[in-house]
Design a protein. Structure first.
Ligand code: NAP
Length: 338
């Protein structure tokens, strides 16, 4: 039986999630990959418990994580029951609905039917009475946003989640969703967008009045938790000299995981230059990539993945990073503009 480290709150930084009362760790752990059937249970348990020992209180799931879908929730539920249940009130556990999960017209997207049925399934798999955050995983072009947001509001009011969140909504969709949720009396806690040095769409103007997603997040009082901060492992030194067989690209995983085609010669050149700069700063590229995201006060938490305890520890050590000076920030811009 696991006993958490007495020092678990000694070094982690906690940031307020928008205008809410909820503090999230600056680094959170996501269970999209490495927590499925093909992965070793002892290894995933070591990653989760190692994270909690360093003050990572937030674990992010979705109905479809595994692979196959549902397995990450089941595996996390087993850890919760066997190791972590005594610490339930120290944990923020999130899950989501929106991507394909079961056959027929109700197994994906943003209908009330999908969200509420999926939430019930997730609670059963994890073995919880409530999750802390429940997300609409993606906007649904064919369902009125009012219906999707009413479903989130119902889930919170019924006590199955404490807070509502949205993921992958663009800036305009985010404004609308926030407005509907505010009218319903369940403010949107948080947005979960993809954001890394290699994918900066959240900074670009996206509304008719020229606001970016990050601007809208701040304007609406939400927090943000940014996913794939290492561009799924490309913002590390692992692909500089080829593709290791045990890497995400080497394993050729399905469902949105990066593939060989995502690693062009130009991309490798950019990674090499970023890696050189990180080493000059006395850190790994993974650490520099995480610290670069956290310099923006609108980023509440950086949501990392990890396939080993060593990776996770390395990523958390990004918090010991010195602030960037103007020269370093300019060098990063120059490298990324190639
Ligand atoms: N809302 C959404 O639509 C959505 C979509 C995607 C992800 N997410 C969330 O975001 C989380 C993180 O996504 P992600 O896994 O793509 O994030 P990521 O942090 O960009 O990539 C994680 C991968 O990078 C490598 N890695 C991690 N730390 C490393 C380190 N310190 N040194 C060297 N390599 C390192 C590992 O790859 P190897 O396996 O190659 O070792 C690891 O599996 C997910 O688990 C999920 O919770 C949400």
């Amino acid at each position: 039986m696991y006993t958490a480290s007495d020092n678990r709150y000694a070094t982690m930084k906690y940031n307020r999630t928008g205008k809410s009362g909820l503090l999230l760790p600056a680094i959170s752990l996501g269970l999209w990959q490495n927590f499925g059937n093909a992965d070793q249970y002892d290894s995933m348990k070591a990653i989760v418990l190692g994270a909690f020992d360093r003050g990572v209180t937030h674990f992010d799931l979705a109905n479809n994580y595994g692979p196959p879908g549902g397995e990450a929730e089941r595996n996390f539920g087993k850890m919760l029951k066997e190791e972590l249940y005594a610490y339930r009130d120290e944990l923020i556990i999130s899950t989501k609905a929106g991507y394909y999960m079961w056959p027929g017209p109700y197994g994906e997207w943003g209908s009330r039917k999908n969200l509420i049925a999926s939430c019930d399934q997730s609670l059963k798999r994890i073995g919880l009475e409530y999750v802390d955050i429940f997300y609409s995983h993606r906007p649904d072009p064919n369902t009125p946003v009012e219906e999707t947001m009413q479903a989130l509001d119902s889930i919170v009011r019924s006590g199955k989640a404490l807070y509502a969140g949205i993921s992958n909504y663009n800036a305009e969709q985010t404004r609308k969703a926030a407005s509907v949720l505010n009218q319903l009396g369940t403010p949107c806690l948080i947005h979960q967008p993809r954001y890394s040095m290699l994918d900066r769409w959240v900074e670009a103007p996206g509304t008719t009045d020229g606001k970016s997603l990050l601007d809208v997040v701040e304007e609406t009082g939400m927090g943000s938790i940014v996913f794939s901060p290492l561009a799924q492992g490309r913002l590390t030194d692992k692909y500089i000299n080829g593709v290791p067989t045990n890497s995400r690209i080497g394993r050729a995983l399905p469902n949105g995981a990066i593939q060989t085609k995502d690693l062009s010669a130009d991309m490798i050149e950019i990674i090499k230059q970023l890696n050189h700069l990180a080493l000059e700063r006395g850190q790994t590229l993974a650490q520099m990539a995480i610290a670069w995201l956290l310099k923006d006060h609108r980023v509440t938490s950086v949501l990392v993945g990890a396939s080993s305890v060593a990776q996770l520890q390395n990523s958390i050590d990004a918090l010991n990073t010195a602030a960037f000076n103007t020269d370093e920030l300019q060098k990063i811009e120059t490298i990324l503009s190639h």
